[in-house]
Write a protein that binds this ligand. Structure first.
Ligand SMILES: [Zn+2]
Length: 222
């Protein structure tokens, strides 16, 4: 039986779209919340809105541009280049605590509409240097949030331990591989679908897809 109400933290990318499709199979009512933090590509929000409309789920944008008062980084400032992180340095796309802030706002929104579950596509497997995407952080925040609001909200992280190939498999198992592949926007250059093919995000996505499709072919499934 489906559980009642859930909010999906939604960006229109591969991961959160897969989470949204998964949530639609698990919950009776599904809502989305998207954060406008002055993304370099406003296309991201348009893309998220179109996917939500196509899947017939309510779409809410929260204005989070205030985080730009706190940090300058490559996703919101066009004069800073996108660089990959190293073991010593976080990637240039990092806004300290961004996910922490987003999840906290999503929780307040969920509480306000009577949704118990908050779904986020954060993932520790392809750990990209974002400490607030780790499982231990999400669990700790869940406790803090419930203490803060006297609530019994539950964060769900269906992708936490999946690699990119497994996330593609999840989309395929939901009969939505082509949907996720063509509709979503993950590329730092703002190109939907398979993207520019060159930025770190496209490379990660493409490698995962290639691995998954090879595995699928090898196993003779479908
Ligand atoms: Zn790209």
């Amino acid at each position: 039986m489906k559980q009642d109400k859930a909010v999906v933290v939604f960006s229109g990318g591969q991961d959160s779209t897969t989470c949204l499709l998964w949530a639609l199979t698990q919950y009776q009512e599904v809502y989305t919340v998207t954060f406008d933090y002055g993304q370099r590509h406003i296309e991201e929000i348009t893309c998220a809105e179109e996917i939500a409309k196509e899947l017939n789920v309510p779409f809410k944008v929260l204005d989070m541009k205030l985080i730009n008062q706190l940090a300058a980084n490559a996703l919101t400032r066009s004069d800073i280049a996108v660089t990959e992180g190293t073991s010593e340095e976080l990637p240039s796309t990092f806004v300290p605590g961004r996910n922490h802030l987003f999840l906290s706002f999503a929780a307040v929104y969920a509480q306000s509409i009577g949704a118990r579950h908050i779904i986020t596509g954060v993932c520790e497997t392809d750990f990209s240097g974002y400490p607030d995407c780790r499982d231990v952080f999400v669990k700790a925040l869940n406790v803090s949030i419930n203490l803060a609001m006297d609530s019994s909200l539950e964060f769900q992280t269906p992708l936490m331990w999946l690699n990119k190939a497994e996330t593609w498999k999840m989309a395929d198992d939901l009969d939505a591989l082509d949907f996720v592949r063509t509709r979503t926007l993950t590329c730092y250059e703002g190109i939907r679908g398979d993207g520019c093919g060159k930025c770190p995000s496209c490379v990660l996505r493409q490698n995962g897809l290639t691995t998954y499709l090879e595995e699928k072919q090898g196993s003779g499934a479908k």
